[in-house]
Design a protein around this ligand. Structure first.
Ligand code: NAG
Ligand code: NAG
Ligand code: NAG
Ligand code: NAG
Length: 518
């Protein structure tokens, strides 16, 4: 009875959109908005954003419709903004972003439908399930060909029907990205289970089988003993089965997955679902403790504000809050809110027209080459890594702010997109130099869809539902509370308001893309 009434309800959710399906917003829509308008009329701005970020969701741009797999992204023509070089590879982290959007589409979100199928929102759930069906076949085929991965995914070539490890990931597999993937799949299974269609329940059961298989291999592939999880595992032979007597696994280096940031998603997977003993599981948390550190931000008369120390304090680092319901825990939610006070106000104090996060450097206008990757971008005073580069800002730096205040977060996103070439026919552009002299003419899941997933609220709600069914939710709350309240009790600076941008990216000789100009 209950499922039946849901069946009647949800088509109403999708068709009863706040805004009728009308002509699309202009490609360069941010130039038609002022900061004040974004702050006051945030929902309409968000609606335009979802439309244009959704243009990234195209075959041969962000994914391969033949096998359902993501592509890392696509480079853009420096003058027009048209797509040029496709990145024919991907990784589990990009898969996670794609699957989180689909989870919301399946759950009936009108925002996810705006992204996936603005002309016909009713089609969005079917688009999502159909790609998830295709994707599962690809994953299973990969597992059949390369059983040594134990069901986990390396960086891979996704342009051929059957995916393969990229040349530099032959016989190697990373933990962090797979933690992101596993919880995204978990959220998607939750959405499928909740659906009223029996075909969705069948798909949920098939994905559950894939998920359950990873539970049986994870300790063999990644666990080193003594609470240590490999950051990257070296596989003896990727074509041999996990249990083959000739198979072997070892951490590639003494770099363990013990960070309190994105890597923690994998730790929780091992905690709840691996076959490790209770004593071993306790050690997982002991080895992680050294890196959870309390620091205070003080600059320009702002502060003190207590935050969790970042590695670089890059906007990539809080990713875990998109997937697990961390904000159910008061101290963690408040601490992360403080982080956004620091992230936004630091940029105002330092007169930066945007936010810092690890991102691709500019592209060379002549060769179309990406100059490099800037990992060390964040806030030095609250980071453990002090050598940083602050020449480039990126729109996705705003997603963690959006989790607390959509208006302020989108005001930052808007501010960065005011820069020349920062919109293109596939939505927002990867990054711009703060001096406005170059941009990265590139579109990727990381720099774009983190923001979309944040606007969808992450998948914490879907994940929470299933964690309760699986009986692991209370353990999650108790472990996360235990670890965070060991380090954080009183927080300073909770009265500080989030800051809105006060400076702009200078005009320095660049022109907007001809396919996306006012
Ligand atoms: C997508 O790319 C493949 C090769 O990479 C090409 O054969 C195909 O025609 C492309 N499809 C579209 C719709 O552009
Ligand atoms: C992956 O491959 C292994 C080894 O062939 C097999 O036992 C397992 O069932 C496969 N996993 C899934 C989810 O089918
Ligand atoms: C930067 O480039 C890499 C490699 O192409 C890609 O995986 C990543 O998503 C890009 N963007 C960010 C923000 O990391
Ligand atoms: C980023 O590009 C600039 C040139 O625009 C260059 O000076 C800088 O060294 C590059 N940094 C990295 C990490 O690639």
């Amino acid at each position: 009875m209950r499922t039946f009434s849901l069946c009647l309800l949800w088509p109403g959710l999708v068709s009863g959109l706040a805004t009728p399906v009308s002509s699309p917003p202009p490609c360069r829509f941010v130039l038609d908005w002022t900061q004040d308008q974004v702050l006051k009329n945030t929902d309409q701005f968000e609606w335009d954003l979802l439309y244009w970020e959704g243009q990234f969701h195209q075959n041969n741009v962000s994914y391969n419709s033949d096998n359902g797999m993501t592509y890392d992204g696509t480079q853009l023509d420096w003058a027009t903004g048209e797509r040029t070089k496709k990145h024919p590879f991907s990784a589990a982290s990009k898969e996670a972003l794609q699957i989180m959007v689909y989870a919301h589409a399946i759950a009936g979100s009108s925002k996810a439908a705006r992204f996936l199928s603005p002309e016909d929102p009713k089609k969005a759930p079917r688009i999502a399930t159909s790609i998830m069906e295709t994707k599962l076949k690809t994953y299973l085929q990969f597992n059949a060909t390369y059983p040594g991965f134990g069901g986990f995914l390396p960086w891979m070539m996704t342009s051929s029907q059957n995916i393969e490890p990229t040349w530099d990931w032959v016989n190697r597999v990373p933990g962090l990205d797979n933690g992101e993937l596993l919880w995204a799949v978990y959220g998607c299974i939750s959405a499928l289970e909740k659906s009223c269609k029996s075909s969705d329940h069948k798909l949920a059961a098939e994905w559950q089988k894939w998920f359950d298989y990873a539970k049986t291999t994870v300790d063999k592939v990644f666990y080193q003993g003594n609470g240590r999880v490999c950051a990257v595992t070296k596989i003896g032979d990727q074509t041999l089965a996990v249990n083959d007597p000739k198979q072997s696994y070892a951490c590639e280096s003494p770099a363990y997955l013990d960070d309190p940031y994105e890597g923690e998603l994998f730790t929780y997977f091992i905690e709840f679902f691996s076959g490790l003993s209770k004593a071993e599981k306790e050690k997982l948390w002991l080895v992680k403790r050294a890196k959870l550190v309390s620091v205070e931000y003080n600059l320009g008369g702002i502060g003190p504000i207590t935050v969790e120390q970042g590695y670089w304090f890059s906007g990539h680092e809080p990713w875990k809050v998109l997937e697990l319901p961390y904000y159910d825990i008061d101290i963690i939610r408040r601490l992360h809110h403080n982080a956004e006070r620091v992230r936004t106000c630091n940029s105002v104090v330092t007169k930066t027209p945007g936010l810092f996060a690890s991102v691709n450097n500019s592209t060379d206008p002549v060769t179309d080459e990406i100059i490099g990757y800037i990992s060390p971008a964040g806030i030095v005073s609250v980071a453990s890594q002090k050598e940083q580069e602050h020449d480039v800002i990126t729109p996705y730096g705003a997603w963690p702010t959006i989790m607390f205040d959509k208006s302020v977060g989108l005001a930052w996103w808007w501010n960065m997109l005011q820069g020349k070439k920062m919109q293109n026919p596939y939505g927002s552009t990867e990054s711009t130099r703060v001096d406005g002299k170059l941009v990265s003419a590139l579109v990727t899941w990381d720099s774009k869809i983190t923001t979309v997933v944040s606007l969808l609220g992450g998948v914490g709600d879907l994940v929470r539902r299933k964690m309760k069914v699986d009986g692991v939710y209370d353990d999650f709350i108790s472990i996360a509370t235990r670890e965070y309240s060991r380090v954080f009790r009183e927080l300073k600076g909770e009265h500080v308001q989030l800051c809105v941008p006060k400076s702009t990216v200078p005009v320095a000789g660049l022109e907007d893309f001809t396919l996306c100009k006012k």
